[in-house]
Write a protein that binds this ligand. Structure first.
Ligand SMILES: [Zn+2]
Length: 223
């Protein structure tokens, strides 16, 4: 049975850094993938920069085969300045409408404040209530280079891996629209390090390349 997948990312580029190889796998399997961006990712607030970043997000989504892109346009790098209830309420109608079976989102311990608020908002919007989100099977946290590993004291300890050996090159191509966000190695957010992290995560479970996650919730309705 095909899945309805929702990726909730704070900024355009988090989706591909966090789970681009996994998205490509879902698409190849015939699943429907939707991505929702909380903020635009441009601290400058320049119209041209925001337009450019959105274009990059759409190009990346095209490369990965993502069907729907939702932009909520909350202010960049200050999601904590917005009441959490407002953030949650902006998310809830989309989650209810899509009724996803799998959700990918941020790790709550990331250094970046928008990532932390996004993780909290997703878990709040998905709080289990009878009859709500009937299809939901899994919520997983991904890691984003230059935020998750720069966390102050919370350690990202993966307990769920997805083999992306066949889709790593697709992930690397889908990163290209965000080239201006990438840096030279040995910056952690470099193309070389994206490959290295995929190699480390893969070797941890005996495959060539993987993306790693923390499983936040799994609900099995049949065994
Ligand atoms: Zn981000």
């Amino acid at each position: 049975m095909s899945e309805i997948v929702l990726v909730v990312a704070a900024h355009p580029d988090d989706e591909v850094l966090g789970c681009g190889g996994t998205i490509a796998r879902h698409v190849a399997a015939g699943d429907q993938v939707h991505v929702l961006f909380m903020a635009d990712g441009e601290a400058s607030r320049e119209e041209a920069d925001i337009r450019q970043r959105r274009l990059a997000a759409n190009n990346c989504a095209d490369a990965l085969g993502i069907s729907e892109r939702i932009f909520l346009d909350w202010p960049d790098n200050k999601l904590d300045s917005v009441p959490l209830l407002d953030v949650v309420q902006s998310l809830e109608p989309h989650i209810r409408r899509l009724n996803p079976s799998i959700i990918y989102t941020h790790f709550s311990g990331d250094l970046n404040i928008d990532h932390r608020v996004t993780a909290q908002a997703v878990m709040t919007a998905c709080r289990p209530q009878p009859g709500s989100l009937p299809a939901l099977k899994r919520i997983l946290s991904f890691e984003v280079l230059s935020s998750t590993e720069w966390s102050m004291n919370e350690v990202f300890a993966p307990n769920y891996w997805i083999d992306i050996s066949d889709t790593l090159e697709k992930k690397m191509l889908a990163l290209a629209p965000y080239d201006s966000e990438m840096r030279e190695y040995p910056h952690t957010r470099s193309y070389q390090n994206v490959r290295q992290l995929a190699g480390l995560r893969g070797a941890s479970v005996g495959v060539e390349y993987a993306e790693a996650f923390v499983l936040l919730r799994a609900v099995e309705k049949s065994v």
